[in-house]
Design a protein around this ligand. Structure first.
Ligand SMILES: Nc1ncnc2c1ncn2[C@@H]1O[C@H](COP(=O)(O)OP(=O)(O)O)[C@@H](O)[C@H]1O
Ligand SMILES: [Mg+2]
Length: 429
């Protein structure tokens, strides 16, 4: 039955007024009018209930701002997520980074409600959003994601399985933790399709970001060290029976490792195991095509690790060449590098770096290029195996160390001679 204009006007006025009430106003109203006088299913009774509940929740959220960790989590555990999204502290629900999409912002609110004090957003891929926390930890929230609303491209439940597999690999051989980046699963969020993982913070972010800083490129020693870390990470994964399938610069994290002499060195770790598969099975898997070997979908059962070697070879090309020249895609570069006209590649991209290093290092650069070209062969059967690649890089690292030592000895000798000469001069004065 249509409402009379009068009823409608009255209800709207009540709604408008009641909506602004605080819990105290509700209580005052109830004290004055006695709850019994408000018919249980009257609009006023319903509205009062909603307003009171809502107000209580808002007060809880306010109170939670002063709490930390478990206490905050406990207080907020029954609060509906949509109210958290609207009412969490401003810096949490509306972080500075303007690029963030809503669903990405919401992961920050979620972490806050679990008691984490998030500091800033540090990265996101297709499946996860990662936040730096004030205590220098990184929290990764994997979300169910659908492409165009129907193909599931990531799945928080499978992320949990992957995390458990990596944990098992690391438990079997703790040394692997030097090269594989583990994320410990700590919480799932049931129906909402989110899972939360805790990880250490990679000081320099992912390799893509790190490469924005060109200053390290002229240092062959460091490049070889980075390549060696990545190869060892891949070997650890392959030896455990898995192929990564999504090797690209944003899935390699760059940290810093203390050395015995109290200095530190850059170290790389392989991360993001969301596309990992068992080597003995072949799967169609959808990952970044820029790093796919030409035979990515053709490699037969039991040989899928060859996909990773090619992708890593592409990354090594990226480690060497200056970004400002780098406009072409990786497969194209790999093709140029493996063709008989590889000098063109060299002249176009590596002349600068070649001119800036000393003679013996030049040979090492050429040998490293040779290794890369063996990794990015277009056909799997011609590609170098991971074990041989590691042997190669180990030798190159030793060579560069020898060169450095010889350089130091030479320098030392010349210093001594200079000192003797000075002494002699002083004495003869
Ligand atoms: N522990 C970490 N420290 C620093 N940056 C990180 C860390 N974990 C992830 N990132 C950043 O977040 C991005 C997305 O993380 P990733 O695990 O690759 O998620 P996805 O599966 O969605 O690709 C990474 O490319 C990297 O830039
Ligand atoms: Mg990723």
């Amino acid at each position: 039955m249509a409402k009379s204009l009068k009823t409608f006007a009255r209800e709207s006025a009540i709604k408008k007024e009641v909506a602004t009430w605080t819990i105290k106003d509700c209580n005052d109203y109830l004290n004055k009018h006695k709850y019994d006088n408000v018919k249980p299913n009257s609009l006023m009774a319903k509205k009062l209930n909603i307003v009171m509940k809502h107000q209580k929740i808002l007060e809880k959220i306010k109170l939670a701002e002063q709490m930390e960790g478990k206490q905050r989590e406990e207080l907020l555990k029954d609060v509906p997520f949509d109210l958290l999204i609207k009412n969490a502290p401003k810096e949490v629900r509306d972080p500075e980074d303007k690029k963030l999409r809503n669903y990405q912002k919401h992961t920050g609110v979620y972490l806050w409600s679990l008691g984490y004090d998030i500091d800033k957003f540090i990265g996101a891929g297709c499946s996860a959003v990662v936040w730096k926390c004030k205590d220098e930890k990184a929290m990764r929230v994997a979300c169910d994601n659908k492409l165009l609303g129907f193909i599931k491209i990531s799945n928080s439940a499978s992320e949990i399985k992957d995390s458990n597999k990596i944990e098992a690999i690391l438990q079997n051989n703790p040394k692997n933790s030097k090269y594989l980046f583990s994320t410990k699963h700590i919480k799932d969020v049931g129906k909402s399709g989110k899972a939360v993982f805790e990880t250490e913070l990679a000081k320099h972010g992912d390799l893509q970001k790190f490469q924005g800083d060109n200053s390290y490129k002229k240092n062959i020693e460091r490049i070889l060290q980075m390549a060696s870390d990545a190869l060892k990470g891949l070997k650890a994964l392959h030896d455990s029976g898995y192929s990564h399938n999504d090797i690209k610069p944003d899935n390699i994290l760059v940290g810093e490792k203390p050395k015995k002499d109290k200095t530190s060195r850059i170290n790389l770790k392989i991360a993001d195991f969301g596309a990992m598969t068992k080597i003995k099975n072949t799967y169609k898997i959808f990952t970044n095509r820029n790093f796919h070997a030409p035979d990515f979908y053709k490699i037969s059962k039991g040989a899928v690790e060859g996909r990773d070697i090619y992708s890593l070879g592409c990354i090594f090309i990226g480690l060497l060449i200056e970004d400002k020249n780098f406009s072409e895609n990786y497969q194209n570069l790999a093709k140029q590098l493996t063709s008989i006209k590889s000098e063109n590649f060299f002249n176009k991209y590596l002349k600068d770096i070649y001119q800036n290093i000393i003679e013996p290092e030049k040979d090492i650069l050429i040998e490293f290029l040779d290794l890369i070209s063996k990794m990015v062969q277009s056909s799997y059967s011609n590609r170098i195996s991971i074990d041989n690649a590691i042997i190669n890089i180990k030798k190159l690292k030793k060579d560069i160390k020898d060169i450095k030592e010889q350089k130091q000895i030479k320098q030392f000798k010349s210093n001594v001679i200079q000192e003797l000469k000075n002494n002699f001069k002083n004495k003869s004065k």
